[in-house]
Design a protein around this ligand. Structure first.
Ligand SMILES: Cc1ncc(COP(=O)(O)O)c(C=O)c1O
Length: 387
C-alpha cells in the first residue's frame, strides 16, 4: 500500500517515522541539540533551521493534510507572523472580520507599521467577495469556523474567486483540524494551524504550522522559520507529533459531545442563541456539512446578561475551567470579550458580534452526561434580565 493510500489514522501514527536511530526505539527520541556536526547525512546544521523532531512533525502534518509541505513554528502566532512577514509595504490583506484577537492585533499593531493594510469583511457572505477582484489582495485571510463566532466560510467558493486574480488564500483551520476539514483540497493555497490546540490536544505546549502544496510558499516558510527565529523547541515539536497520533479519535469524541450539548443548550432560559456548525439553526449548516466531516468541539452561546453575569456563569462551572485556549482533552470555558478578544476594540468587537454575554465552550473528551450536568447547574444560577 502506498503511503498516500493509507487512512487518516494510519498516517497519523506512521507518517514521518524513520529517524536515524539504531536502538529499536518504537517512539522517536527528543533531539535536544542546538547544533549538528557538519556533513551529517540528513543535512541538519542548526536547530533554528531544522531538527529531526521538526521534520517528523512536518511530515506528519503534511500527510494529514494530504499536502506536499509543512513547516512547524513555535506557536500559531509565530506561524501567522511567518506568513505575514512575506508581505511588503503597500500590500493589502483581505480578511474575514471575525479573526482570532491576536491575529487582529498583529495586523493592527505590528504589520500596519510596515505598511501592510488589512481590509475586513464578512467573508461568510459571498456578496462581499467581489472586492477580491477589485483589490487583488496579496493575501485573502480567513478562519473557518471562526474564533469565536463559529461562522463558516465557503473555502472552495472564495478560493475560486481569488484564484481568478492570483490572490493566494490562507485558511486558519485551527478549529477544524485536518481531520474535519481539508482547506488545500478545497483550493486554498496555505493552511495554518495553531497546533497548540486540537492537533497537540493535551494543552501541554505551544506550536503552530503552515501547510502548502506550493513550493515557493514553502521556501518562504522555511526562510521565515530560520531568519525570524520562529522555530519551536524540539520537545514541543515532539509533544505535538505525539498528540497528533490520536487526533481522529479525539475529534470524533469532541464533535459527538459538542453536538449533543449544543442541541441541549439551545432554547434554555437565559440563552439568546447557540452557534454550532452542525446544529440545524446554524446559518451555514449546509455549507458546514459539505466542507467539514463533523462540527468540532467548540460551542458559542450568548447569554442574556452583562459581562459580570456571564463571567459568573463561567466561574460556576466545575468541569469547564475558565481559561484561554481550546482543543485539549479537558473542557474549557472562555469569555471572549474580556479574554481572547480583549485586544479588539469594543466597537469592532460589537460590530462583528462579540458581545459581553458571549461565552465559548471548548468541549473536552469527558463524559457528555457529566458536562451536561455541570452546564445545567451553572446556567440554572443565571439571573436572566427578562427574569
Ligand atoms: C484560530 C486561531 N489561530 C491562531 C491562534 C494562535 O495560536 P497560538 O496561541 O498557538 O499562538 C489561536 C489561538 O487561540 C486561534 O484560536
Amino acid at each position: 500500500m502506498k503511503d498516500d493510500e493509507q487512512g487518516f489514522s494510519t498516517r497519523a501514527v506512521h507518517a514521518g517515522r524513520g529517524f536515524s536511530e539504531n536502538t529499536g526505539a518504537v517512539m522517536p527520541p527528543v533531539f535536544l541539540t542546538s547544533t549538528f556536526e557538519a556533513g551529517n547525512p540528513e543535512g541538519f546544521d542548526y536547530t533554528r533551521s531544522g531538527n529531526p523532531n521538526f521534520r517528523l512533525l512536518d511530515r506528519t502534518l503534511a500527510a494529514l493534510e494530504g499536502a506536499a509541505h509543512a513547516t512547524c513554528f513555535a506557536s500559531g502566532v509565530s506561524a501567522i507572523t511567518a506568513v505575514v512577514s512575506t508581505l511588503k509595504i503597500g500590500d493589502v490583506v483581505f480578511a474575514e472580520e471575525n479573526v482570532y484577537g491576536c491575529t487582529y492585533r498583529l495586523f493592527d499593531k505590528v504589520f500596519a507599521k510596515f505598511g501592510v493594510r488589512v481590509i475586513y469583511a464578512d467573508l461568510s457572505d459571498p456578496a462581499n467577495w467581489a472586492k477580491i477582484a477589485e483589490v487583488r489582495p496579496a493575501l485573502v485571510w480567513l478562519e473557518s469556523p471562526t474564533n469565536p463566532l463559529l461562522k463558516v466560510v465557503d473555502i472552495a467558493g472564495i478560493s475560486a474567486v481569488a484564484a481568478a486574480v492570483q490572490s493566494p488564500v490562507l485558511v486558519d483551520g485551527t478549529f477544524a483540524t485536518p481531520y474535519l476539514q481539508q482547506p488545500l483540497a478545497l483550493g486554498a493555497t496555505l493552511c495554518l494551524h495553531s497546533t497548540t490546540k486540537y492537533i497537540n490536544g493535551h494543552s501541554d505546549c505551544l506550536s503552530g504550522a503552515v501547510i502548502t502544496n506550493d513550493a515557493a510558499w514553502q521556501a518562504k516558510m522555511i526562510f521565515a522559520q530560520k531568519a525570524l527565529g520562529l522555530q519551536p523547541s524540539p520537545f514541543d515539536a515532539w509533544l505535538t507529533a505525539r498528540g497528533a497520533r490520536t487526533l481522529a479519535l479525539r475529534m470524533e469524541q469532541h464533535s459527538r459531545t459538542a453536538l449533543a450539548l449544543a442541541g441541549w443548550i439551545e432554547g434554555r432560559p437565559g440563552v439568546r442563541f447557540v452557534r454550532y456548525p452542525f446544529l440545524a439553526s446554524h446559518p451555514q449548516v449546509e455549507l458546514a456539512k459539505r466542507q467539514m466531516r463533523a462540527g468540532s468541539g467548540l460551542i458559542v452561546l450568548e447569554l442574556d446578561c452583562d459581562a459580570d453575569a456571564a463571567l459568573a456563569v463561567c466561574r460556576r462551572l466545575k468541569l469547564f475551567t475558565l481559561a484561554e485556549s481550546l482543543g485539549g482533552v479537558e473542557s474549557l470555558v472562555c469569555h471572549p470579550a474580556t479574554m481572547t478578544h480583549a485586544s479588539v476594540p469594543r466597537a469592532v468587537r460589537e460590530q462583528v458580534g462579540i458581545g459581553d454575554g458571549l461565552i465559548r465552550l471548548s468541549v473536552g473528551i469527558e463524559d457528555a452526561e457529566d458536562l451536561q450536568a455541570d452546564l445545567a447547574e451553572a446556567l440554572n444560577g443565571l439571573t436572566s434580565r427578562k427574569g
